[in-house]
Design a protein around this ligand. Structure first.
Ligand code: ARG
Length: 577
């Protein structure tokens, strides 16, 4: 039962307003003493020709508003405040969670619809840095969120595997490449020769020409160049895949930019046909003045294609292949203008799917008092950040295990540290609105009491351990059936049940705004409210066996909700720590 909707139906029956309007007007009061749901009576003033305050007082007396799940209805100023019956509420919400388990919050609202989510898209031969982690983590989470809502999700990795830099790499590798080093650590070796190329290029202009020729050969499909490029691509991808595996991230399609270069002639024909291509300083461009955007370059003066043309071809390919209802690009905000231009060209070219393309941007990654031995300038590689986080987590949980005399083995501690350490990094990316810059600091992200993954995972693990202990004493949450759940009517219990009940709505809102933080916030609130309950009420103590059982059911539901929520963020839980 959806209590908000149930309240709306009561108001509808009583006032004759239509359900949609009522649903839109219902508010969640900011303070507990104002009830659980409130209906502002302003909308009725005109038809009833009375002051809203008066209407509220009269309605509060109506018999039509009573129900066994409503404990009282009160007028406060122009508001009609509804207090739900806590026991009935707990019974309703928790039975649903316990029945559905971690599929709680799942819905069919997206059924029959396809969403493409493009994320990660790192550049071949370059280290996978913390900025690529931002798109990877957001996109991975959004994919799971949309799937939860019944959408068919296609995960795409638009690899940066094309462009003039590959002419440079081919040239550099022929001159200075080290086979052994390439096999051992491809990205480090490719980076080394790439940097060297730029140094040498300053002294020898001829190198630039050779590199350009080599890229041309690559575009023309010359065997040797293609073979080298293929190796660079495969070896880089192998390294990226190690990171993806570690984070549980996967893709359905790895077509990089190179894939679309053959499709570009089709795009050029289309743009010509529509009379959209004009010449500007030797290049072929589409003017976007009416959209107040700079022209979008399609072909450079030497006839080679660029990033934007590949994106136009890619968008069309995606539509032709998947008939998407939504095509999402999880890419940093510095590329906002690029996407505005690409979408505008698609629209001008009469592509009906242009309006279903969306750029989902995000902020910058910063570090506070953190030292890394960086490989390239001040770029921090994700692998270094993860390793450091796991190592620090290990120290913390090991010290904790020692003080508690826990019997966790060394291997178990390591496995837990890996999950919690990764979770700590992932959570930092999804804990706030995506357009905000994020700041990494060990103190903040590894604070077991803070707004962190360790806090969520710890809450989960500790609750699991309570359930295990209870089971040893013969107390099982499933024995609560639905008959005992209405015993959960204390302040802290009610607050926690409410937070659990809000999760499905948070998932919907997260998808609607492409903001995973709506989910992280909801999960954090569940954990916070549960801990408040845990600190104030003894779960296993007391002699009321029925209450004990009901509370265990709450524990079980909290675990399901946390596990379901953290899964949507890409954060694993552990059974003990
Ligand atoms: N490879 C690019 C980068 O690292 C991101 C690609 C974004 N996606 C796109 N369809 N243009 O900056």
């Amino acid at each position: 039962m959806d209590f908000r909707n149930a309240v709306a139906m009561k108001v509808q029956e009583t006032t004759g307003l239509d359900l949609e309007t009522v649903n839109r007007l219902i508010e969640i009061p900011p303070q507990e003493d104002m009830g659980d749901y409130a209906f502002p009576c302003f909308a009725l003033a005109k038809t009833m020709r009375k002051a809203p305050n008066m209407i509220a007082s009269e309605l509060a007396l109506s018999d039509k508003l009573s129900a066994d799940w409503i404990s009282k209805v009160e007028a406060k100023g122009p508001y009609l405040n509804f207090f739900v019956d806590r026991g009935a509420f707990a019974k309703e919400v928790l039975s649903e969670v316990l029945e559905k388990g971690t599929s709680f919050g799942q819905s069919e609202e997206g059924s029959g619809k396809t969403v493409i989510i493009e994320y990660s898209s790192p550049n071949i031969a370059k280290p996978f840095h913390v900025g690529h982690a931002f798109t990877t983590i957001l996109g991975h989470s959004l994919s799971r969120i949309y799937e939860k809502l019944g959408y068919k999700v296609v995960r795409m990795n638009h690899l940066g595997d094309y462009g003039t830099q590959f002419g440079k790499l081919i040239t550099a590798f022929r001159l200075w490449g080290d086979e052994e080093a390439l096999e051992k650590d491809a990205i480090a070796e490719l980076l080394r020769i790439y940097v060297k190329f730029h140094e040498e290029e300053k002294k020898d202009e001829n190198l630039t020409t050779v590199a350009r020729e080599n890229f041309k050969k690559l575009e023309d499909g010359c065997e040797e160049e293609v073979a080298l490029w293929t190796r660079f691509r495969e070896l880089s991808l192998k390294e990226f895949n190690k990171l993806y595996d570690r984070m549980g991230v996967s893709f359905d399609n790895y077509n990089g930019e190179s894939y679309y270069s053959n499709l570009i002639p089709g795009i050029i024909d289309l743009l010509r046909e529509k009379n959209l291509l004009v010449e500007s300083e030797g290049a072929q461009v589409v003017m976007l003045d009416e959209k107040k955007l700079p022209p979008c370059i399609i072909l450079k003066s030497d006839g080679t294609t660029i990033y934007a043309s590949r994106d136009l071809a890619a968008a069309k390919y995606r539509y032709d292949t998947y008939h998407f209802d939504k095509n999402i690009y999880v890419v940093g905000m510095p590329q906002a203008l690029h996407f505005q231009q690409v979408f505008a060209v698609l629209e001008k070219a009469g592509m009906p799917f242009a309006k279903n393309c969306e750029h989902v941007g995000f902020g910058l990654v910063k570090f506070q008092n953190m030292k890394f031995s960086t490989r390239e300038g001040n770029i921090v590689a994700l692998e270094d950040l993860l390793n450091e986080s796991v190592a620090k987590t290990y120290e913390l949980i090991k010290a904790n295990a020692e003080t508690r005399n826990s019997d966790l083995s060394e291997d178990e501690l390591k496995a837990i540290a890996e999950k919690v350490g990764l979770g700590a990094v992932i959570y930092t990316y999804v804990k706030a609105g995506r357009e905000r810059d994020i700041v990494f600091s060990w103190d903040t992200m590894l604070d077991f009491e803070g707004d962190t993954a360790p806090y969520l995972i710890y809450t989960y693990a500790r609750t699991r351990s309570i359930l295990r202990k209870a089971a040893e004493q013969g107390f099982l949450p499933e024995k609560a059936g639905s008959g005992l759940l209405n015993k959960l009517n204390g302040d802290e219990e009610f607050a926690c049940v409410k937070m659990i009940a809000d999760l499905p709505d948070a998932v919907k809102k997260a998808a609607a705004s492409n903001e995973p933080f709506m989910v992280s916030r909801a999960v954090a609130q569940i954990a916070r409210s549960f801990n408040r309950f845990y600190n104030n009420c003894s779960i296993l103590g007391g002699d009321d066996a029925e209450l004990k059982t009901a509370r265990l059911a709450l524990c079980e539901a909290v675990c399901d909700a946390i596990e379901a929520g953290t899964y949507l963020l890409g954060i694993p839980v552990v059974e003990q720590m």
